[in-house]
Design a protein around this ligand. Structure first.
Ligand code: HEM
Length: 492
């Protein structure tokens, strides 16, 4: 009886309270960027639907390059032109360098996040410094080359035995990348190319965490009721995080035991885990960091390779040109030893893939740590900020014929993805820019070059490649809705 009374009270008063809070908040902020009129309570939620990056790009056509939208009681500001992106990522980088942590990831270890660190705090700084020195510096990438070569050889060996069977590209590349990364981090393979089930479980867990972080969630729209976790996304993410931590936890335990026994290891044999332990990272901090590196460093590369292969299949003339360049410059044994950045046409294809299919379409959402001005509009403290890379990449005012896959546009051009050319920022920019760029690009180059050079690719059931379904699926990463499946046959 008492419970019924309380729940009815909650049911009837909550919407009124929310409406009041939202109204009070939004009428108090002056000079917000323009945008479509929000509905009471829900704001513009219903207008963002399945593909929010496209919906926001369409609003930008009407309201300008900086717009504001309301998602429940939350304010979202979206930058959709190179000029607006530059103001967010460069001019106001310090004020807009926070992350907006989705409710699904509001867990007890929130202070240990790297990718989702709320602001550029001391822990974030030590993660970034250590990762840059030990994983992503030119010296570190060079030191990883034997290991990468070995994992690449495993992948090609596996493909040689598929004998006309259909191969799911995302699973093949995912396993290769996880093992490359797990060896760099822990000197250990996490997966076996023949063991689909474990690979599937790991991939499912990582993707589920990403998916939960972008699933429309009432707790994000109305933080006042966040603690209730009405959709169970926080609980579900924690279950996956716990399960995935078990992959690393055992290794960390083993390593600590080795250190306790004072076993001496040569400097050049130490891996990333040794460095983390030397820097006094706790087991919980290591588990989260490793998970975030797996999340940030696998799906991005897998998805980009899948899009690149799909575009090359669709565009036979471009494929022939890349094959010709690779054949002239390399052969398989020299791929890891070659400087692949010298292959102009091949690299133009990688850039064009990242332009047409920017794998992180709105960057990882930023948060205003302080109120600031962008394009003469006010961005209030704690507003969420997207840089709509997808909109910039598909804007005919920025790119000629933007929907066509045309690597030639990058030939003889200095435009690069290093975060300074704001019309092309697939890795973001400013202090939260992707630190894994050198590692990601190395993986894209070596895996793609090997697959192009070594095999002819055909679609199952003699499907016509020019009719390949290129529908996108929105998420933190912009995936190909229908996974690419191919049959590989060795080239002469
Ligand atoms: C095709 C490959 C990749 C693409 C397109 C990509 C893209 C991005 C983007 C757009 C961001 C957000 C940047 C921003 O907010 O301005 C990001 C962040 C990040 N990426 Fe990547 N990434 C790739 C590969 C990798 C790899 C291989 C790793 C590591 C193994 C990695 C680790 C990270 C980390 C740790 C962050 C968070 C940085 C921070 O918040 O300070 N990424 N990435």
């Amino acid at each position: 009886m008492e419970f019924n009374l309380l729940s009815s009270l909650f049911f009837y008063t909550t919407p009124i309270l929310l409406l009041f809070v939202a109204r009070k908040y939004y009428t108090s902020v002056k000079n917000l960027p323009p945008g479509p009129r929000p509905w009471p309570i829900i704001g513009n939620m219903h207008q963002m639907a399945k593909n929010p990056h496209i919906a926001a790009a369409n609003f930008a056509k009407k309201y300008g390059p900086l717009i504001s939208l309301r998602l429940g009681t939350r304010l979202l500001v979206v930058a959709s032109s190179p000029e607006a992106a530059m103001e967010v990522l460069k001019t106001q980088d310090r004020h807009l360098s926070g992350r907006s942590i989705p409710d699904a990831l509001q867990q007890s270890f929130i202070d240990y996040y790297f990718v989702w660190a709320r602001d550029c705090n001391e822990h974030w700084k030590s993660c970034r410094t250590l990762c840059r020195a030990e994983l992503f510096s030119a010296k570190a990438i060079e030191a990883q080359s034997n290991l990468r070569n070995e994992k690449l050889a495993n992948m090609l060996g596996f493909l040689n035995n598929t004998q006309g069977r259909v191969v799911k590209i995302e699973e093949l590349v995912f396993t290769t990348l996880i093992n490359t990364l797990s060896n760099i981090l822990f000197s250990k393979d996490f997966l076996d190319l023949k063991d689909d089930e474990t690979a599937h479980r790991l991939k499912f867990g990582l993707l589920k965490i990403l998916e939960n972080s972008v699933t429309p969630n009432v707790s994000d729209f109305f933080p006042i009721i966040g603690g209730l976790d009405l959709q169970g996304l926080r609980k579900d993410s924690l279950n996956h995080l716990d399960e995935l931590s078990s992959f690393s936890e055992a290794v960390v335990k083993e390593r600590r035991a080795r250190i306790a026994k004072k076993v001496v290891i040569a400097e050049h044999e130490k891996d990333f885990l040794d460095r983390l332990l030397e820097n006094n990272f706790t087991t919980a901090q290591i588990n989260i960091l490793v998970l975030e590196l797996f999340i940030a460093g696998t799906d991005t590369v897998v998805t980009t390779i899948e899009w690149a292969m799909a575009e090359l299949l669709k565009n036979k003339n471009i494929m022939l040109k890349v094959q010709e360049e690779l054949e002239q410059e390399l052969n398989y044994t020299s791929i890891m030893k070659s400087d692949l950045s010298k292959l102009t046409y091949f690299n133009a294809c990688i850039k064009e893939t990242l332009r047409l299919h920017p794998v992180v379409p709105v960057l990882i959402p930023r948060r205003a740590v302080e109120a600031c001005e962008v394009m003469n509009y006010t961005i209030p403290k704690n507003a969420q900020v997207w840089v709509n890379v997808w909109a910039i990449s598909h804007d005919p005012k920025v790119w000629e014929d933007p929907n066509t896959f045309n690597p030639e546009r990058f030939l003889g051009s200095n435009i690069d993805f290093t975060g300074h050319d704001y019309e092309f920022i697939p890795f973001g920019g400013g202090r939260r820019m992707c630190p894994g760029l050198p590692s990601g690009v190395k993986s894209l180059q070596t895996i793609l070059a090997s697959l192009i050079l070594e095999y002819d690719w055909t679609l199952p059931n003699d499907e016509d490649p020019t009719k390949l379904d290129m529908t996108e699926k929105f998420g933190v990463t912009l995936q190909k809705e229908k996974p690419l499946e191919l049959i590989f046959s060795r080239r002469e």
